[in-house]
Design a protein around this ligand. Structure first.
Ligand code: FE2
Length: 238
C-alpha cells in the first residue's frame, strides 16, 4: 500500500472547537469495490487510515558536508558537550533561537537552518505551516561503541536529523517505535499495515529525516572505527 499516493475519494473529518468554529481536515481514503452484481460491484468500502504518523525523508545535495564536519569538530574542541539520550559519543550543547537560551545559534548550523526554513513550509500539512517560531539544534559525533537510548523530544512539534558524515558499514541506524503500544501482539495490524513495532531507517550522508517530536526513536550502536556525525533539531511551528 503506497500511502503517498492515495486513490479514491477524500474523506472529510470535522473538528469542533469550543467556540463552535468548525475546521475540517482531509483524510485520504482508499475506495474498494467488493462483491459483484452483473457489471457492478455490490459494496463500496471506504478504507480509512486513522492515526497515521508522518516521516519525511529529504536528500540535500548542496550542503558542504566536509566544511560542516570540520566546524563540528571545532565545536567539540570548545565544549565537552552534554549527556542526554547519547550513550558515549559527543552531544553538543543545545543551541536555540530562543532569546533566553544560554547557547545562541552558532554559525556552524546556518547552512542546515537555511535548508530547514526553505523546506518546512512545503511539507504537505493541511493547513500548511505558516510560522517557524523556535529552533533548537545540536551536533552529534558518535564514535565506535556509542548509541542513543530510546527517547522522544517533548515540548516541540517537529524534530529532525541530518547526516553530515556516514562511514561505510554498520554505523548505527535510527529506528522509530510504533506510537500505539496497544497494538503490541495484534499481528493482523502489525504484520499487514506496519511491518513491525520498530521501523529502522538508514543513515545516508546528505539525508534529513523529519518526524513528529513525540515519535520515540533510538539510534543503534556505531560498530565501525570511524565517526558518524549528525545534526539534530527541534522545531516549534504554527
Ligand atoms: Fe532524538
Amino acid at each position: 500500500m503506497d500511502q503517498r499516493d492515495p486513490t479514491g475519494s477524500l474523506f472529510f473529518v470535522a473538528i469542533y472547537y469550543s467556540d463552535n468554529n468548525i475546521m475540517a481536515f482531509v483524510l485520504p481514503t482508499h475506495e474498494i469495490h467488493a462483491g459483484s452484481e452483473g457489471n457492478n460491484s455490490k459494496y463500496n468500502i471506504a478504507h480509512q487510515l486513522l492515526f497515521q504518523t508522518p516521516l519525511f525523508e529529504i536528500h540535500i545535495d548542496d550542503i558542504d558536508n566536509r566544511e560542516l564536519e570540520k566546524n563540528i569538530y571545532k565545536l567539540r574542541d570548545k565544549s565537552k558537550g552534554v549527556l542526554l539520550s547519547n550513550r558515549g559519543g559527543w552531544h553538543s550543547d543545545i543551541q536555540s533561537s530562543h532569546p533566553h537560551n544560554e547557547h545562541q545559534l552558532d554559525d556552524t548550523f546556518k547552512p542546515l537552518i537555511d535548508k530547514i526554513i526553505e523546506i518546512i513550509y512545503s511539507l504537505p500539512f493541511e493547513p500548511i505551516l505558516n510560522s517557524l517560531d523556535d529552533i533548537s539544534i545540536w551536533a552529534n559525533i558518535n564514535g565506535k561503541g556509542s548509541y542513543n537510548a530510546t527517547h522522544n523530544h517533548p515540548g516541540c512539534d517537529i524534530s529532525g536529523v541530518y547526516y553530515v558524515k556516514v562511514p561505510e558499514g554498520d554505523c548505527g541506524n535510527i529506528a522509530f517505535h510504533d506510537p500505539r503500544p496497544a497494538l503490541f501482539g495484534n499481528s493482523l495490524i502489525v504484520d499487514r499495515y506496519v511491518g513491525g513495532g520498530v521501523i529502522p531507517r538508514y543513515p545516508i550522508e546528505g539525508n534529513m529525516y523529519l518526524f513528529p517530536s513525540s515519535f520515540s526513536h533510538d539510534v543503534g550502536m556505531n560498530n565501525v572505527d570511524d565517526d558518524r556525525i549528525s545534526i539534530s533539531f527541534n522545531l516549534r511551528v504554527r
